[in-house]
Design a binder for this molecule. Structure first.
Ligand SMILES: Cc1cc2nc3c(=O)[nH]c(=O)nc-3n(C[C@H](O)[C@H](O)[C@H](O)COP(=O)(O)O)c2cc1C
Length: 215
């Protein structure tokens, strides 16, 4: 019988998608990102706008979790969350973060680093109101990241919010968005013989530079 470690040793993908060449890159990492996001959508990658968001706690210990990218405008990557959640308490303490887009089906990943700022309440309200009713009620029902006694008490909380707000729950004050203002954006395309293509965009004195990195 093979051990799980033997199985893991044998797991090996061959990267065979078209390469990423410097000539293919847009001078703007935002245009480049939009092209790759469109590719992920066209390829029907599951949750193409999902990424891992990394934060650190007060002792510098990192943790990451998935969030959905909900806007890419004014050169900012926007996601929404509960401002009283664990991630938000980390970000209040240390606004440095990293968003990792794992488009593995395309043998690609993108890594965005920078600092976050809270977005305007009006922008968060506009997006909140566009969400399905269940999601809006859910934002009220869940004290994100806090301990909850049981599934039943979570569902009870949802029903109480439904009773209280009916079809028109307003945006909770503790719910909103963060905009990540990128300082670096890396595009990674898997290649044969582990000679992957990596290009790092860095914001230096207001201009985006591009460097090819060793894989
Ligand atoms: C695909 C996917 C997308 C998610 N999108 C969000 C999101 O946009 N905002 C959010 O607050 N949580 C989202 N979550 C839940 C988070 O991963 C996480 O469990 C939650 O935000 C609490 O994290 P925290 O305790 O570190 O603050 C998503 C989870 C998955 C699997």
């Amino acid at each position: 019988m093979t051990s799980i470690t033997d199985d893991l040793h044998a797991m090996r993908e061959h990267y065979d998608q078209p390469p990423l060449r410097r000539a293919d890159l847009s001078a703007s990492p935002f245009i480049q990102f939009s092209k790759w996001l469109e590719d992920a959508v066209k390829a029907q990658v599951y949750d193409p706008n999902a990424c891992s968001l990394a934060t650190v706690d007060g002792e510098g210990r990192p943790v990451s979790r998935a969030v959905l990218l909900k806007a890419l405008e004014d050169e900012q990557f926007v996601f929404y969350t509960n401002y009283q959640s664990r991630k938000s308490s980390h970000l209040e303490n240390n606004p440095n973060t990293c968003m990792h887009f794992p488009w593995f089906a395309l043998q690609r990943q993108v890594i965005v680093t920078g600092m976050v700022e809270k977005i305007e309440t009006g922008q968060a309200e506009e997006y909140f109101m566009s969400r399905p009713l269940e999601s809006r009620l859910g934002a009220w029902a869940s004290a994100q990241s806090e301990e909850v006694d049981s599934r039943e008490s979570l569902e009870r909380s949802y029903l109480e919010m439904q009773e209280k707000f009916g079809d028109n729950p307003p945006k909770p004050t503790h719910w909103g968005g963060y905009a990540l203002l990128p300082e670096s954006i890396e595009f990674w395309q898997g290649g044969p013989s582990r000679l992957h293509d990596r290009f790092m965009y860095r914001l230096e004195k207001g201009e985006w530079t591009i460097q090819r990195l060793n894989p």
